[in-house]
Design a protein around this ligand. Sequence first.
Ligand code: NIG
Ligand code: FE
Length: 407
Amino acid sequence: MKLTGPFKQVVTLANLPLRGKLSDDQLEIIAEGGILTDQDKILKVGNYKALKSEHPEAETEDIIGEQVAIPAFVDSHTHICFGGNRANDFAMRNAGKSYLEIAESGGGIWSSVQHTRKATEEELLKTLLARIDFLLALGITTIEIKSGYGLDVENELKMLRIIKKAQESTRVTLVPTCLSAHLKPRDFEESNQEYLQYILTEILPKVKEEDLAKRVDIFIEKSAFQPEESKNFLLKAKDLGFDITVHADQFTPGSSRIAVEVGAKSADHLEATIDEDIEFLAQSETVATALPGASLGLGEKFTPARKLLDAGAIVAIASDWNPGSAPMGNLITQASILATFEKLTTAEVLAGITFRSAFALGLENRGKLEAGFKADYITFKTDNFQNILYHQGSLKCEHIYIGGVQI
Ligand code: NIG
Ligand code: FE
């Protein structure tokens, strides 16, 4: 048993509902707080002195100076296993070139596929671990990571095996997702439907056999996969036992509806979601994930997070870190900026990058400082938790605890 503190404030996020809007006076803020843990779990959070006298047997870990503790963050949507770089896409986009023109001149997802296929396993592992460390330094201790730059059996499995290998050398929880349905690769000569069938028969059984991922994703969009073929694919993937998540409504509305209909864990992007589908999402268990990093990378509008929360949806916020649409990777900066444009409360943003994004990953025991939850928490050198978002990502976190252990 270990008691850590005293903290100027502990923001527990305990007792906040899974869905809908939140006001900041719903936040539980414990002044002069302490966190009591046993092994990797939270036992109790409360006043430090009271906890110390109730549990004299607990080992103590003293916190020096003014620090605020909050649950560690969860990034529920990334593409951080990739080779190469797409700085030229970014420059061309800003110079006025269209997505199609960029793809035709050798950029786009296909260019990342070629670089990722060419990269050695050592290179991919090294750059993946560096990106995991970057996210960890922001206070993110759970990261979802997609395949989707291999797009054939050999290279999709290569990516997923590398993600599995990365898990051996980090205490961050990695949640792999098979995104072989990112795009039909240019060297696959048959139709989209045949490519989706190839994923179902050639890739997913091997993913299962080697226990490389429990989740399947697809990019439903005019330039990628069409609604009907996607729905059939997702239902079959579900039958194989996979959880589902969808890249939905990024440019064209309609696909978030499919995500809800197939019982997806989350529908991500939603920049183009229409009001009717906001209602549909709000009535479901499918998490609506905003990806402000993609809006910032592309210069496109933000996900209507305010409307989604007001309608009662479960809203998460994730980085979408990838070499093309979202190269920044700083989830805290992105979530803070989303808050200023969409008018989100501090409670809504913190919920969106903790227990709500954990729920999107099927992890229901993390993202709150509450008895029984995983003791993943972080501290900031400040006297007031509001400073975390106020500095829009420039206030760095001070200490990081994973499963109760400071790293
Ligand atoms: O989430 N929208 C599709 N996929 C990624 C972009 C991937 C890329 O451009 O490499 C996204 O934005
Ligand atoms: Fe994405």
